[in-house]
Design a protein around this ligand. Structure first.
Ligand code: VGL
Ligand code: ZN
Length: 210
C-alpha cells in the first residue's frame, strides 16, 4: 500500500519522552530506535501533533503511591483496573521532556495527559474512565483533520488506546507499527493486535508513507 499524506491527515506522535526511552524510568526496549523514522515521517506530514504523558508526583498510576503494591501489578479504581507503573513523566522533570533527538519543528499541538492525580490517561482522546475528554477530538474537528497516523510509545498502551478511541470517535486511525515500540507485559501485544483487528485499525509500515 502506498499512502500520500493529505492536508486533512495528521501524524500523531505518542509520548516520545525520555522516561520511555532507554535510561528512563519506564524504559521501553528500542524506544529511541524509532526516532529517525518518526522524524522522517514528520517531514511528510503537513500536520504533526504530539502527546506528552504528564503526571503529578504521587499519581494514582505509580506503584509508589500504593505501599506494598508490586510494580506492574494492577489495582481496582473507581474507573476500573489500573496497571501500576514506576514513577515516570513527572511534570517538569527531565524524564517528562521529549527525547532530544526528536526533530519535529512544525508540530502544531502538544496534548498533555494523565495530569489529574486520581486518574490515568493512556489515550490521547479520553482518560482511563473512557469518559473524560482531553480535547483532542474537538481540536481535530475544528481543524478538519479526519485521518490519523499514529506512532510512538507505547504500541500496546498509549498508541493502542489512542487509536481505538480515535476510531470510536469517528476518525480513521492507522498505526505505523515499525515506528512504535511496546512495553510488552503479558498478553499486551496480542490483545492490542486483536483490538485493532476488531475496530478496523490498520497496521502499516512507515515505508508505505510516500
Ligand atoms: C504509557 C504506561 C504509563 C504509554 C504511559 O505512553 O504507553 N504507558 N504511562
Ligand atoms: Zn503514564
Amino acid at each position: 500500500m502506498h499512502l500520500k499524506p493529505l492536508p486533512t491527515d495528521a501524524l500523531l506522535v505518542i509520548d516520545m519522552q525520555n522516561d520511555f526511552c532507554p535510561g528512563g524510568a519506564l524504559a521501553i526496549a528500542g524506544g529511541d530506535i524509532i526516532i529517525p523514522a518518526i522524524n522522517d515521517l514528520g517531514r511528510r506530514f503537513e500536520h504533526v501533533l504530539l502527546t506528552q504523558d504528564w503526571h503529578p508526583a504521587n499519581h494514582v498510576s505509580f506503584a509508589s503511591a500504593h505501599p506494598g503494591a508490586p510494580l506492574y501489578s494492577t489495582i481496582e479504581t473507581t474507573y476500573g483496573t489500573q496497571t501500576l507503573w514506576p514513577d515516570h513523566c513527572v511534570q517538569q522533570s527531565p524524564g517528562a521532556d521529549f527525547h532530544p533527538a526528536l526533530d519535529l519543528p512544525h508540530a502544531e499541538l502538544i496534548v498533555r495527559k494523565g495530569f489529574r492525580a486520581r486518574i490515568d490517561s493512556y489515550s490521547a482522546f479520553l482518560e482511563n474512565d473512557h469518559a473524560t475528554p482531553t480535547g483532542l477530538a474537538g481540536y481535530l474537528r475544528d481543524r478538519k483533520l479526519t485521518r490519523l497516523f499514529l506512532c510512538g510509545l507505547a504500541y500496546d498502551f498509549c498508541v493502542r488506546f489512542s487509536a481505538i478511541d480515535g476510531t470510536a470517535l469517528g476518525f480513521e486511525c492507522l498505526v505505523l507499527e515499525d515506528a512504535s515500540r511496546s512495553v510488552n507485559l503479558p498478553n499486551s501485544i496480542a490483545s492490542t493486535n486483536l483490538a485493532f483487528a476488531e475496530f478496523g485499525v490498520k497496521r502499516i509500515a512507515a515505508a508505505e508513507i510516500t
